[in-house]
Design a protein around this ligand. Sequence first.
Ligand SMILES: [Zn+2]
Length: 658
Amino acid sequence: MWIRLAVVTALCALAALGGNPAQREKAGVRNLVLITIDTLRPDHLECYGYKLVRTPRINSLAADGILAERAYTPIPLTLPSHASILTGTYPMFHGVRDFTGFTLSKDRATLAAMLKSAGYRTGAVVGSAVLEARWGLNQGFDSYYDNFSFTLDRDWQPIAERRGDVVVREGLNWLEKHKTNPFFLWLHLFDPHDPYEPPQPYDRQYRERPYDGEIAYTDENVGKVIDYLKSNKLYDNCMIVLLGDHGEGLGEHGEKHHGFFIYDSTLRIPLIFKLPGPGPHESRRLSQPVLTIDVLPTILQVLGVADRVRTAEIQGKGIYAALMGRPMPGEATSYAELFLPYYHFDWSPLLSIRRGRYKFIDAPRAELYDTEADPGETQNLYARKGALAGQLKDLLRQTSSRYSPRGGAAGMPKEIDPVTLEKLQSLGYLALSKGGSSPPLDRSLPDPKDKIEIYELIRHGTKAAQQKDFDRAVRDLTAAVSREPGSLIAHFQLGNVFRVVGALDKAEREFQKALELRPDYTAALRRLAETYLAGRRYGEAETVLRKVLAHSPNDFPAWFNLGGLYVTEDRWDEALAAFQKAQALNSRDAKVPLIVGRILLRKGDLQGALEAALQAAKMDPNLLEAHLTALEVYRKLGRAEEAEKEAETVEKLKSKPQ
Ligand SMILES: [Zn+2]
């Protein structure tokens, strides 16, 4: 039965795809929609057997396609995982090894660049600031919608993500303009990432399991894409690939979220291929292991462009034959890595290799699991199967050097800029990047297994602060610093909480401790300056801000705060210069031109004040103060007609619920 089914499927698909390039040309244009869903565990989808969530639209895609039962990412972090998906290479090759501080090199060939060179129009919409164009994933896209607005915020507001309905709306807007061309659309749906706050009605339907609620909501958005393609008669000829970027710990191994361990709770992902070609489509399941780096070469095979684009670098393998039901030769091995514990905490990195049913994790205390008998990875067989572990360790080393670029491992982190740091902190990331250090494999570093409780305490404390539960934040972070006095990030976050609740002496003490641990840690210097400002210790604040600017002259928050300090001290010329510098560094924060406008108005430069106020109003049309300033200037200039118009806008904004 299975063989017959496989043969029938293969014949149907081959008929649709065409057996040779000439026939393929005749088969017509094949389009591509890639949907990546953040933080999605396959065992929380109905089509993977989960019973507690309704995902009818993803089910329908699986029913029309091929579902990979065992698919894995080589790294459980959003940015590096997407870099692997979009280049078909391992992190040690593409060089993006952490969620921040690394940029995809322009030398790497991306799926978008390949398809663009093959004549495709290429568009992307991302749902999180961690995938902003600045990190290099936009290479090859004609249109890359990120546009995360950022306003300087002193707390931990969740501002740097967008909902799936907006991602899909923007994606379909783009598609509406390019649907007659061969197109490649990538949509990144971020909703299942924490915090789990599904919108109505999923908040009520999944009150006890909000993570599942986010998944059900995401399913609705996937459905909108399918509906659009069907109603525009694009569905049949479209290859749709839906996959996760990594899973979620959900408490397994003590890990609530992802990015600290490399167990299968976060490495395993859902992966569904819907092939192009006329229906009816047959639902199939693929049991052999597939890696996310295999997705790109498989797409090129299915679209029939593999022979027309630059593919020399690709490290994954095309699994078209397996999708057609034919056996794939060779034994599948897969590598995974995670340097976050090292980059952010000075703890050991983690590496792993999987061959067949066994998975070896290289850590200060090594681990070996039989993932078939023990999918939860609870029984460490390392002591009992030393010979096998040794073989896998050798294989891990060989794999690592085989897939590293010639001339040494890629990827040197660079210091991240302060605005980005703030954004990442708004996502609940700890965002402490080490500038310029390459990852060591030093087995004397602490084992992350021994640090998970500290890590979770710091995360809990940070999250509590985001939710304005400052008592809990102080409790968790105090516990973290007392257990781990050398933790820079714990002192830093505790200082932040004390600063926000106005315990300025305590805040100062924590920032000073962080600076003892790393004197050039500018984030702590910046916060220390803010603490002094709040305590009206202007002289000390100015000294510290000057120290920040000596180290990083383009630090937007430092210029912003310095400007504020000068305003307080009535040093208007210096204030104007500082805010103008801030404005040049950050063109997105409407408050800055507004302040510049207010200062110019005070100095009597009405024309300059008007220009600045109008710029602020253009950047943020709901910024009442910008319109009030423009109104004031128009009145002073005697421009009655424009003043009247502004007055109407002001009235409208005032009557709008805030
Ligand atoms: Zn992610």
